[in-house]
Design a protein around this ligand. Structure first.
Ligand code: SF4
Ligand code: SF4
Length: 184
């Protein structure tokens, strides 16, 4: 997926595997240049993330001082606009739906999040054909995601689990939990 390069530090070997693969594809001309960011908008984005991925994303945004009132309003608007509410509130179970990611920059036609913090699914979805840019040659390397899931499953020491949520819901939920704790 279209992405921002930077040097934020993160030790996740899973993420490093995906970033390495992404760089490899880019070095072969299989990149996102010329694409309007189709896989990040409602046209084809239905990205969901695990609690651990949501935490990585949240901590990154917090560090970047991007957890603002305006941003939280943007998350709520996304949830409302694309009807991303959970099917059953008690279970927080989500249907996969398309939406424009609130972390996508319309003006730059790209993601505003470090590769060191974005969900694994975003990193695994890439262009694989240098002659077919702007989404026609793009797909997700599921085998890489499966390998990573297997590895992380063994290392889920905090027992965070694997129930996935759309990105706006996942970030908003963490924000609300943190607010709740700080108000105790
Ligand atoms: S649709 Fe393909 S080319 Fe476009 S941003 Fe996503 S991965 Fe890159
Ligand atoms: S975090 Fe959002 S904007 Fe960034 S690559 Fe994923 S879906 Fe696209």
């Amino acid at each position: 997926m279209t992405t921002q390069k930077d040097s934020t530090h993160n030790n996740s070997s899973s993420r490093e595997t995906l970033i390495k693969r992404m760089s490899e594809l880019e070095s072969q001309g299989k990149d996102c240049s010329g694409c309007p960011g189709t896989c990040c908008t409602f046209v084809s984005n239905s990205m969901m993330c695990t609690p651990q991925e949501a935490m990585d994303l949240y901590l990154y945004l917090e560090k970047e001082k991007r957890i603002t009132v305006d941003f939280i309003d943007k998350l709520k608007l996304s949830i409302q606009k694309y009807k991303l509410s959970p099917r059953y509130l008690s279970e927080k179970s989500y249907l996969r739906k398309t939406y424009t990611c609130p972390l996508f920059s319309e003006s730059e036609k790209g993601c505003t999040v470090s590769r060191k913090a974005k969900p694994h699914g975003c990193l695994a979805f890439n262009n694989h054909d240098p002659l077919k840019k702007a989404s026609e040659g793009c797909f997700s390397e599921q085998h890489l995601l499966e390998e990573i899931k297997e590895h992380e499953f063994k290392n889920d020491t905090l027992n965070l689990g694997w129930v996935k949520a759309p990105i706006p819901n996942a970030i908003l939920e963490l924000y609300e939990k943190r607010n709740l704790i700080s108000n105790l």
